[in-house]
Design a protein around this ligand. Structure first.
Ligand SMILES: Cc1cc2nc3c(=O)[nH]c(=O)nc-3n(C[C@H](O)[C@H](O)[C@H](O)COP(=O)(O)OP(=O)(O)OC[C@H]3O[C@@H](n4cnc5c(N)ncnc54)[C@H](O)[C@@H]3O)c2cc1C
Length: 441
């Protein structure tokens, strides 16, 4: 389903569920100005911006509804989760209970049939509420991760896999990156062979790295090679995708200590002789790379939206601090050396935001190539990084104190600069695919 019809039904159900409203359909038709008045009073925290005049009614509805969910999870919650290295289970539960985990999944499996444009608003708002990357990462795999199952799974698989994920009863992680091959995904070494018995099952062996949420996830979507590289016509052939139980009796999950987002774990995975049922193979054997690529553009758009959220949160905090802090007998915000970089960051974030929502819109309309999604991810991550750095500097010494949260944003905003694809690989892609230059790698 596309366009307004898609939005109206799913939006109505989703927002009514999360806000406890009698009828959302009538509110969807409120005039924009009245709608915006409602929204400005309805926002949950002083750190959320109200000034996005271009958002559609459905996006504004989503922003209000998810900000209500986030209001129960203030900064103190996130700093505690970070300090204790504890997965934000209550937040994940609250997002699931409000119906948001299935925002862009089909309604027959418990989803809302909305698009990436609405999901982007949702994750931007989560990050912007102060939850930053920890909050967004706690749910984002649930939102886009099972896109290959939605698109290529059988009816039986969709029911078995999507329903518990959308209901928040199961959590999933995503296993692609490997220690020795990094961004060169087609060379990944983990492999699966057919079991020697009659079962038709697969036996997986290998290693993965940086797998987020594997400490808490019950399930994993994992890409492995089923036909050796030497035996395929093209390197993108012979990879297969499984969605299966993360069986801890055979998979060793070892946490990586890292710079930020300590509440949401990242891990090394080691596995050998891991028996995986043939029923957990998604789509055709050997076609896994094509399937995984299908979800990549959506993932990039969502990561970009999350970066925007952190950038706006940092900027807002910086502006509030600069209006309040007095040194040399005047507010520091009166100094242009403080004010101008913040103004510049607002413009950079807004420019990136236009690209993010353009990419989301194109994705929802069926545009398949990745130039806009990649450009959005790059521009948003860089704009957000600069906003976070400037927010730390605006706070002076207090920028380095945990109490003001901007140092947490600054550490977390490094993630979208690196993952799921690096800046350099985006330049390579644009150079080759948009500008027609020779492949440089
Ligand atoms: C916090 C975090 C969470 C993550 N979560 C997940 C997850 O859940 N699941 C998952 O599968 N992965 C995950 N990742 C992995 C992430 O997607 C990779 O780290 C990322 O794709 C980069 O790969 P790499 O680290 O292997 O870098 P490498 O491939 O080793 O590259 C290192 C550097 O060299 C540059 N480089 C390499 N080749 C070229 C070239 N030809 N031209 C120019 N520059 C080049 C890269 O741009 C990069 O800067 C996560 C990473 C982080 C940091």
């Amino acid at each position: 389903m596309t366009g307004p019809v898609r939005s109206l039904y799913g939006l109505s159900t989703l927002v009514r569920r999360s806000l406890g409203l009698q009828s959302c359909l009538s509110r969807c038709h409120l005039k924009t100005s009245a709608h915006k008045r409602y929204l400005t009073t309805g926002f949950a925290t002083e750190y959320l911006h109200n000034s996005f005049p271009d958002l559609t009614d459905s996006q504004l509805e989503i922003r209000t509804a998810i900000s209500k969910v986030c209001a129960d999870f203030p900064d103190e919650y996130w700093i505690k989760a970070e300090t204790e290295h504890r997965f934000p289970v209550e937040f994940h539960r609250a997002v699931a209970d409000s119906g948001f985990l299935g925002i862009c999944m089909p309604s027959e499996y418990g989803g809302s049939d909305l698009g990436i444009s609405e999901a982007a608003i949702m994750v931007q708002t989560i990050a912007e509420s102060g939850a930053a990357y920890a909050g967004a990462s706690a749910v984002h795999m649930n939102i886009f991760g099972l896109e290959p199952v939605r698109k290529f799974g059988t009816e039986e698989q969709k029911k078995r896999m999507l329903v518990p994920l959308i209901a928040g009863k199961e959590r999933a992680c995503f296993g692609v990156t490997e220690p020795n091959t990094g961004l060169e995904t087609l060379k990944l070494k983990s492999h699966a062979v057919k079991a020697e018995d009659e079962s038709g099952n697969y036996v997986l062996s290998g290693r993965k790295i940086w797998i987020s949420t594997a400490q808490v996830a019950e399930k994993i979507l994992i890409l492995v090679r089923t036909t050796p590289l030497e035996e395929v016509k093209k390197p993108s052939h012979g990879l297969s995708l499984f969605y299966t139980d993360l069986d801890r009796s055979v998979v060793e999950v070892k946490e990586i200590q890292k710079m930020g987002r300590a509440a949401v774990d990242s891990n090394m995975l080691f596995f050998d002789d891991w028996n995986v049922p043939k029923e957990d193979l998604i789509g055709e054997e050997g076609n896994g790379f094509k399937m995984i690529m299908h979800g990549m553009n959506a993932e990039r758009v969502l990561i970009a939206a999350e970066a925007l959220g952190i950038g706006y949160a940092a900027l807002r905090r910086a502006a509030l601090y600069a209006k309040d802090r007095e040194v040399f007998g005047r507010k520091i915000g009166k100094n242009q050396a403080i004010q101008h970089p913040l103004a510049d960051s607002w413009m950079q974030l807004e420019a990136a935001r236009l690209m993010v929502y353009q990419a989301a819109h194109l994705y929802d309309e069926g545009h398949e190539s990745g130039e806009y999604a990649n450009a959005a991810k790059y521009l948003a991550a860089e704009a957000a990084f600069r906003a976070c750095e400037r927010a730390v500097m605006t706070h002076g010494g207090m920028g380095y104190a945990k109490e003001y949260h901007v140092e947490r944003y600054f550490r977390e905003v490094m993630i979208p600069r690196i993952a799921p694809v690096s800046r350099e690989m985006i330049f390579n892609y644009i150079g080759e695919k948009v500008l027609g230059l020779p492949r440089s790698y």
